[in-house]
Design a protein around this ligand. Structure first.
Ligand code: HEC
Length: 124
């Protein structure tokens, strides 16, 4: 290890200042904080549940059409909303083209609740 030889040489030659600097550098390298590896980002917004938070929104905004009769998809049925959750998030939060025709307008906070619900695993 050439750097060790260099340190010993410096020490013997009483040229300690450069050796000291190198030791300090080594110390800094060893104690330096390693970058933390974080898990995949998760949605940390307040917990959202289907029955409590999302179904009332679907009743108000979607059930006129997505009721199993007008359209085959029925968002008032948890299992069906769960199955279609990613597309629901896409249409409601990303494209914002649902509710169909964009009228009456759906406020952004309601859209965000639907998004949080999907991102938190679409819990019942
Ligand atoms: C005025 C009627 C109407 C309302 C209200 C409505 N939709 Fe739709 N929705 C449609 C129609 C028609 C389609 C099929 C055409 C299309 O995909 O653009 C559709 C398609 C969809 C699809 C694709 C799956 C499918 O059933 O074809 C999703 C997901 C969806 N809507 C979500 C929603 C959500 C969530 C709401 C409430 C926030 C909503 N929609 C409100 C009429 C409506």
């Amino acid at each position: 290890m050439p750097w060790l030889k260099f340190l010993k040489y410096n020490y013997r030659m009483k040229n300690r200042s450069s050796g000291l600097l190198l030791w300090l550098l080594l110390l800094a390298m060893c104690t330096g904080k390693k970058p933390k590896v974080y898990p995949q980002p998760i949605n940390t917004n307040p917990a959202v549940f289907y029955n409590k938070d999302v179904k009332p929104i679907f009743e108000k905004r979607c059930a006129g059409c997505h009721n199993g009769a007008t359209r085959s998809t029925n968002w008032l049925q948890y299992s069906m909303a769960y199955e279609w959750r990613e597309l629901i998030k896409t249409r409601v939060y990303i494209y914002k083209d649902m509710p169909y025709g964009r009228f009456p307008p759906m406020p952004d906070d309601e859209r965000a609740i639907v998004k949080d619900w999907v991102e938190q695993g679409a819990r019942e």
